[in-house]
Design a protein around this ligand. Structure first.
Ligand code: NAD
Length: 465
């Protein structure tokens, strides 16, 4: 072993040796303090073994502790995330973090199935994987960590995070807090870990580590495909480009309000947020006027629309990163377009094949294309969605149209007559998730997604029917 490796090992061991409240020699004083990926995973492996030999009530106590203790930190957390990433806005980040903390399912999600008959009893149980490797994005850094920690620990795992390097300060701050709360609840250290200096290289090492059997990757297409190349089990929560369909039966004013609300939420950073509108011709003007009435800035002059295109899409045909998660005013300023007040959203009429429709922008700039009729709108929406099978939204009162669109779009989330965030349990039924597994098919993930389904058989007994 080289001198450097020995020093790293010694410093990791020294950093990790403390006494827990129950008197056991436990490890580490902060889950985010590891110098190497290897030492973090080794510690998480020991922590998993401790959790795995503990009753399920320990997991429930951990989750209750997190819900009770972290709530007071949410405003600070939102502020830190905004300061560090420079994207989105604090008030919406508060709502997103609250939803993750309060509405992510815990151990109750692991519902057992049982079969009984003359042959006896067979159980299907959700069991842990071990150490989960989780990648978090810059767009929802703390929300994803909270959501994943609750779901992964509920399923009985420990977790090593690869936070986004662009959100590493707030992520490390949060992981240390989470670790302390967990330790206070159960005396187990290192159920949630990461390295002290998150990097792309650390992410690569985590993905390839033999003691990480499951990778849960929330981010863009690059990082999801990188994980898939490892040959491991991957839950991939990749990019989307959610279209909104509006047909001529819709309540147009409500549609306008809902679309503005969803598309402007955290300045359009959520992957599920409305990214493009397809509206049938006969109600297009009415919709745009209603959006203007309810606070959107409608860019009407084609010269201005071209300016917008120039600043939003870069030469490579991707979204301009400098404008991702910026305010409508900042986008209009960048395009040198005049406006009054503080617009909630920027909208512009474009053709269906405009790059503004087809590129995932993650900014409060909503292109609007028109279609002759519902069938054409559906066909355009499919193209806009781009086969991500992520999210689509529709405003309509026509049951046949809604039914057909839900079937044809084949998205993991399909929201009817509501803002997109209804699809993750905000203002609607259902639990919250910030990891929507699209390419790998788990959809809106929860504890059971992070568990292995195992079959346990007892022959010729315990059938009491
Ligand atoms: P990103 O892809 O830039 O980063 C995601 C993570 O991957 C980060 O931790 C980053 O450090 C890491 N990463 C990226 N490229 C890497 C590489 N080559 N090697 C190693 N690590 C790498 O994503 P982002 O900008 O933070 O997030 C936005 C994207 O994530 C959008 O496309 C959005 O749709 C998607 N997203 C999807 C979901 C979902 O649930 N499906 C949720 C949030 C975000």
């Amino acid at each position: 072993m080289s001198q450097l490796n020995i020093e790293t090992l010694v410093s990791d061991i020294l950093a990790q040796s403390v006494f827990s409240p129950n008197g056991k020699v436990s490890s580490h004083v902060g889950g985010a303090g590891f110098e190497t990926v290897n030492s973090a995973i080794n510690a998480a492996k020991l922590a998993f073994e401790e959790l795995n030999s503990s009753p399920i009530s320990v997991r429930s106590a951990i989750i209750e502790g997190l819900r009770n203790e972290l709530v007071a930190d949410i405003p600070d957390m939102a502020e830190r995330a905004w300061q560090e990433t420079g994207m989105g806005n604090v008030s919406d980040k508060v709502l997103k973090n609250k939803a993750a903390l309060e509405n992510t399912p815990g151990t109750e999600d692991l519902a057992t199935q049982a079969l009984t008959g003359d042959g006896g009893l067979t159980l299907f149980e959700y069991s842990p994987y071990g150490v989960v490797g989780a990648v978090a994005p810059s767009t929802n850094p703390t929300e994803t960590i909270i959501n994943n920690v609750i779901g992964m620990i509920a399923a009985g795992n420990s977790v090593i995070f690869s936070p986004h390097p662009g959100a590493k300060e707030v992520s490390i701050w949060l992981i240390d807090k989470v670790e302390q709360i967990i330790f206070d609840q159960c005396g187990i250290r290192n159920l949630v870990v990461c390295v002290s200096n998150p990097s792309f290289e650390a992410t690569r090492q985590m993905m390839e580590h033999p003691d990480v059997p499951l990778l849960v990757v929330t981010g863009g297409p690059g990082i999801v495909s990188m994980a898939m190349k490892t040959g491991k089990k991957v839950i991939g929560a990749g990019a989307g480009n959610p279209p909104v369909i509006v047909d001529d039966s819709a309540d147009i004013k409500k549609a306008a309000v809902d679309i503005i609300s969803g598309a402007s939420f955290d300045f359009n950073l959520p992957c599920i947020a409305e990214k493009a509108v397809v509206v049938v011709d006969s109600v297009a003007q009415e919709l745009l006027q209603a959006m203007e009435e309810f606070g959107a800035h409608w860019v009407k002059d084609p010269v201005d629309v071209e300016r917008l295109r120039q600043v939003v899409i870069n030469e490579a045909g991707d979204a301009n990163k400098a404008l991702v998660g910026q305010s409508p005013a900042q986008i209009l300023d960048a395009a040198n377009i005049g406006y009054q007040g503080q617009p909630k959203l920027v909208v512009a009429s474009v053709s269906a094949d405009d790059p503004l429709m087809l590129v995932e922008q993650l900014m409060p700039m909503l292109p609007v294309a028109t279609a002759f009729n519902f069938e054409q709108a559906l066909s355009i929406a499919r193209d806009v969605e781009g086969g991500n099978l992520h999210t689509a939204i529709m405003h309509s009162k026509n049951i046949d149209h809604l039914n057909r669109a839900a079937r044809v779009m084949r998205t993991s989330i399909f929201v009817k007559n509501a803002p997109s965030y209804a699809g993750i349990g905000v203002g609607a039924e259902g639990f919250t998730t910030f990891t929507i597994a699209t390419p790998t098919g788990e959809g809106t993930t929860s504890a059971r997604s992070f568990a292995r389904l195992r079959r346990c058989v007892l022959s010729e007994a315990f059938n009491i029917r």
